[in-house]
Design a protein around this ligand. Structure first.
Ligand SMILES: O=C[C@H](O)COP(=O)(O)O
Length: 227
């Protein structure tokens, strides 16, 4: 069977109760293929998670944007994987470039977080991606391989992992990666997983593009082409 499509929305540190309500109302009215074809996951800030979960249609799911690296305890300001499980939150984003860059989360720390979240029963959207400097230096493949290696070193079961390729130069910059650029890195990544994890995981793991994207009106594009 082919890999199921995956669509995610990271709301980052944005929103008010009113805005969240509006977005969820819009999402609830959206027409999408069934859950057997595409998984739809939205990732509001922690404080809105239970609220969004309670309003969101049941075929769409919620994700946290982060969680603590180990069991909860005296870690002021943190939210543990156990708490997310307790709230019925199925997904968590780990290793987003904003956390890697602004909060100095290292590859190793991200690997530990992914492993701990998976152990607790969460599904993980693990983010990787290169900076503009790294791309221009021709090290994109090596950088994403190194980031993936740090995760692979800590986990043995990839069933609940989605790899999100998020080029840092195409996040909040107004720049977007072309489909060909994203596809090239995805292919390299899948090859890395094949050679370093297993052929089975390489065939089954979902790799998604998570940088900014250009809106393409497929229906209009098809009409123009037809005419
Ligand atoms: O997690 C999503 C990416 O960081 C894309 O963010 P952006 O659409 O704000 O550039």
């Amino acid at each position: 069977m082919g890999r199921k499509f995956f669509v995610g929305g990271n709301w980052k540190c944005n929103g008010t109760t009113e805005e969240v309500k509006k977005i969820v109302t819009t999402l609830n009215e959206a027409k999408v293929p069934g859950e057997d074809v595409v998984e739809v996951v939205v990732s509001p800030p922690f404080v809105f998670l239970p609220f969004v979960k309670s309003l969101l249609r049941p075929d769409f799911h919620v994700s946290a944007q982060n969680c603590w690296v180990r069991k909860g305890g005296a870690y002021t300001g943190e939210v543990s994987a156990e708490m997310l499980v307790n709230l019925g939150i199925p997904w968590v984003i780990i290793g987003h470039s904003e956390r890697r860059q602004l909060l100095n989360e290292s590859n190793e720390f991200v690997g530990d977080k992914v492993a701990y979240a998976l152990q607790q029963g969460l599904k993980v959207i693990a983010c990787i991606g290169e900076t503009l400097e790294q791309r221009e230096a021709g090290t994109t493949t090596a950088v994403v391989a190194e980031q993936t290696k740090a995760i692979a070193a800590k986990i043995s079961n990839w069933d609940n992992v989605v790899l999100a390729y998020e080029p840092v130069w195409a996040i909040g910059t107004g720049k977007v990666a072309t489909p060909a650029q994203a596809q090239e890195v995805h292919a390299d990544l899948r090859k890395w997983v094949h050679d370093n994890v297993s052929a089975e995981v390489a065939a089954s793991v979902r790799i998604i593009y998570g940088g900014s994207a250009e809106f393409v009106d497929i229906i209009n594009a098809a009409t123009v082409k037809k005419n």
